[in-house]
Design a protein around this ligand. Structure first.
Ligand code: SF4
Length: 260
C-alpha cells in the first residue's frame, strides 16, 4: 500500500529556497553596479546645452534657469541616479509609442524633418531654442490643423493631477513650453494637442490647449531678461528668502545658490 504520508520540509531546510537569489549572490551586485555605473557615465558624457531650452523657461525660479543656461555644476547630492536616468529614458521611449499610436489612428503626425531631425526653432542668435514633439497636419477627427503635439509621461499621481486640473494648473512649466512652441513654430491658430501617458496604467490623457499669447510673451521676456543679466555678468535674484523654501529644497543648485 502506498505510503500516504507526504514528506515535509522544515522552514530551516526551505530557507535558502525562499530567499531571493539576487539578494545573496555577490556577482549580482557587481552586475547591478556595472549597469548603473555605465548609465551614470553615459549621462556625464552627454554634451550639455549651451542655450536656454524652451522647456525650462517656465520654471518658477529665474536664477535656476540661469544656472542651467550657464551649466553650473549640480549639487553632488542632487545628481541623477541610474534609476532616475532610466526613468527619463523610458519617458523618451514612451513618446515614440505615443507618436505611433496617434499615427496608427490615422493622424498625419510629423515628428521629424527629411533629415530625421526633430523640428525646432532657435532665436536670439541661438541662445534660446526649443525642439517640439511634433505637428499634427491632418486627421480623422474634426479639429483645427495644423496643431502642435506635445507629449509627456507621468506617474499615476502626476497623471491624475493633469486629469483634475489640466496642464495650465497641474504644470505651468509645460504650459509655458507649449505657448512658446506655438509662438515660434507659428502654430498659434489652433489649439495644441497635449497628451500624457500614465506610466503606471498606460492610460492616455488628452487636452486641447488654446494658444496663450500673454503667457508666451511673459516667457519670452523672461528669457531675454536672463540673457541680458548673464551678458552683464549678473546673477538673477533668488526666488526665496531662505534655503528652506519648498522649491529650493528640491533644487539641484541649492548649495551653490545659498553658499555664494
Ligand atoms: S535654490 Fe532656490 S533660489 Fe536658488 S536657484 Fe534653486 S530654486 Fe532658485
Amino acid at each position: 500500500m502506498e505510503n500516504s504520508k507526504k514528506p515535509t520540509l522544515s522552514q530551516q531546510a526551505l530557507g535558502p529556497l525562499l530567499q531571493s537569489p539576487s539578494n545573496t549572490d555577490p556577482i549580482i551586485d557587481h552586475i547591478k553596479a556595472a549597469v548603473d555605473n555605465a548609465i551614470v557615465l553615459n549621462e556625464k558624457k552627454r554634451e550639455r546645452r549651451k542655450y536656454i531650452g524652451a522647456s525650462s523657461i517656465g520654471d518658477e525660479c529665474q536664477r535656476k534657469i540661469q544656472y542651467r543656461y550657464l551649466n553650473y555644476p549640480i549639487d553632488p547630492d542632487k545628481e541623477f541616479s541610474a534609476k532616475t536616468l532610466r526613468i527619463f529614458q523610458f519617458g523618451h521611449n514612451i513618446e515614440d509609442y505615443a507618436a505611433k499610436w496617434i499615427k496608427d489612428a490615422g493622424f498625419d503626425l510629423r515628428t521629424e524633418d527629411k533629415q530625421g531631425e526633430q523640428f525646432g526653432f532657435a532665436i536670439a542668435d541661438g541662445e534660446i531654442r526649443g525642439h517640439i514633439d511634433g505637428v499634427i497636419c491632418d486627421g480623422p477627427v474634426a479639429m483645427g490643423y495644423p496643431s502642435l503635439w506635445e507629449n509627456k509621461s507621468a506617474n499615476d499621481k502626476k497623471f491624475q493631477a493633469f486629469v483634475r486640473m489640466g496642464v495650465a494648473k497641474a504644470n505651468p512649466t509645460y504650459a509655458t513650453q507649449i505657448a512658446l512652441y506655438q509662438t515660434y513654430m507659428d502654430l498659434t491658430e489652433n489649439p495644441a494637442l497635449f497628451t500624457v501617458v500614465n506610466k503606471n496604467t498606460s492610460e492616455i490623457y488628452y487636452e486641447l490647449v488654446p494658444y496663450n499669447a500673454p503667457l508666451a510673451q511673459e516667457a519670452s521676456d523672461r528669457a531675454v531678461n536672463i540673457l541680458t543679466a548673464t551678458k552683464a555678468g549678473d546673477i538673477l535674484p533668488r526666488i526665496a528668502q531662505t534655503k528652506d523654501f519648498f522649491l529650493c529644497k528640491f533644487c539641484e543648485y541649492r548649495e551653490t545658490c545659498w553658499e555664494k
